[in-house]
Design a protein. Structure first.
Ligand code: CP
Ligand code: NVA
Length: 302
C-alpha cells in the first residue's frame, strides 16, 4: 500500500491491518506507551475546504508519532493561484515525507500521487472520505466486537460518505443498505462495485426498508461542503431522509448511530437521537485520530 486515495484501492487484508494497528495505537496512547514511529518526519496538510476533526486529528496524530505536520491552506499556497497540482506534487515531494489533502475533485488527489514521490492521503474529496470510514469501521468493531455479517445502513445523500461506507462496509463483510432519493444516488463506479456483492447490497428510496434490522445507522448532511447554494433546494429533496426515533424502531434494539460530523440537528438527525447516541458518535470522532495514525504509520514508516 503506497497511498490512501480511496477505499476501492484497498484489499480487505489492508483495511484489517489498519484497523488492528489503530486499536493497538489507541491502547498504547491510553496506557502512556510512546510510539514515535515517524520521528523526524513531516506531513503536509493541504486544505481547500474547512475542517475541524481532520486537521486537528492529523496534526495531533503526527505529533504523537514523533513527527510534525504543516497546515497548508490553499488560500496561501500557489495552488490557489493556479499552479498545477502536478508541479505542487513534485515540489512538495522534495521537502515532505507525506501529504494529506482535502479538496473537491478526486482527480487532483490521484494526480498528486501520480506526480509526487511520497505517500498521499485523501482527507476528503467530493467522491470519498476514506479516513472517516476507517474510523467508522474501527468504532463499529469496538462496540460490536466484529464487522462480519453486521447490517450497515446509510440514510440520505449519495455523497462522499455514502460512497466510502458502501465500499468499506462490503469489503469488510457487512451487509449495506442505502436509502436515498433517486436523483441523489451514490457514484456509478461505487454502484458498479457493489453489484458484485449481490443481495449483500440494497438501495431503496424507503428509509424504513433500509433501516430494517440495522446494527449501525449512518447519516450525513444534506448539503456537503461546496453545495451551500443548493441548501434550500436540498432541504426539500431530503426532507424525509432523517434518522429519528421512529426510524430506529425498525432497527435492532442495540443499533448504533454514527455521524461523521458536523451534524445538522433537525435535518438529517433529530437532536434526541443525536444526544441518545452521543457517546458512539464522539467515539467515532476520537477514532479519526487512531485510524489516521495507523494509516500514516503504515504508509510513511521508513
Ligand atoms: N468528519 C470530518 O471530516 O470532519 P471535519 O470536516 O471537521 O474534518
Ligand atoms: N459530506 C460532507 C462530509 C463532511 C465531513 C461534506 O463533504 O461536506
Amino acid at each position: 500500500m503506497k497511498h490512501l486515495l480511496k477505499l476501492l484501492d484497498l484489499s480487505k487484508e489492508e483495511i484489517m491491518d489498519i484497523l488492528n494497528l489503530a486499536d493497538q495505537l489507541k491502547y498504547e496512547l491510553k496506557h502512556g506507551i510512546e510510539h514515535k514511529i515517524l520521528a523526524g518526519q513531516t506531513l503536509g496538510m493541504i486544505f481547500q475546504k474547512s475542517s475541524t476533526r481532520t486537521r486537528v486529528s492529523f496534526e495531533t496524530g503526527m505529533y504523537q508519532l514523533g513527527g510534525q505536520a504543516l497546515f497548508l491552506s490553499s488560500r496561501d499556497l500557489q495552488i490557489g493561484r493556479g499552479e498545477p497540482v502536478e508541479d505542487t506534487a513534485r515540489v512538495l515531494s522534495r521537502y515532505l515525507d507525506g501529504i494529506m489533502i482535502r479538496t473537491f475533485e478526486q482527480r487532483e488527489v490521484e494526480a498528486l500521487a501520480e506526480y509526487g514521490s511520497i505517500p498521499i492521503i485523501n482527507g476528503l474529496t467530493d467522491f470519498c472520505h476514506p479516513c472517516q470510514v476507517l474510523a467508522d469501521l474501527m468504532t463499529i468493531r469496538e462496540h460490536k466486537g466484529t464487522l462480519e455479517g453486521l447490517n450497515m445502513c446509510y440514510i440520505g445523500d449519495g455523497n462522499n460518505m455514502a460512497n466510502s461506507l458502501i465500499v468499506g462496509g462490503l469489503k469488510m463483510g457487512m451487509k449495506v443498505s442505502i436509502a436515498c432519493p433517486k436523483s441523489h444516488r451514490p457514484d456509478p463506479a461505487v454502484l458498479e462495485f457493489a453489484k458484485a456483492y449481490g443481495d449483500k447490497f440494497r438501495i431503496t428510496e424507503s428509509c424504513p426498508e433500509a433501516a430494517a434490522d440495522a446494527d449501525a445507522i449512518f447519516t450525513d448532511v444534506w448539503a456537503s461542503m461546496g453545495q451551500e447554494q443548493e441548501a434550500a433546494q436540498r432541504r426539500e429533496i431530503f426532507a424525509g431522509y432523517q434518522v429519528n426515533q421512529e426510524l430506529l424502531g425498525v432497527a435492532h434494539a442495540d443499533c448504533m448511530v454514527q455521524h461523521c460530523l458536523p451534524a445538522h440537528r433537525g435535518e438529517e438527525i433529530t437532536a434526541q437521537v443525536f444526544e441518545d447516541h452521543a457517546n458512539e458518535i464522539f467515539d467515532e470522532a476520537e477514532n479519526r485520530l487512531h485510524a489516521q495514525k495507523a494509516v500514516m504509520a503504515t504508509l510513511m514508516r521508513k
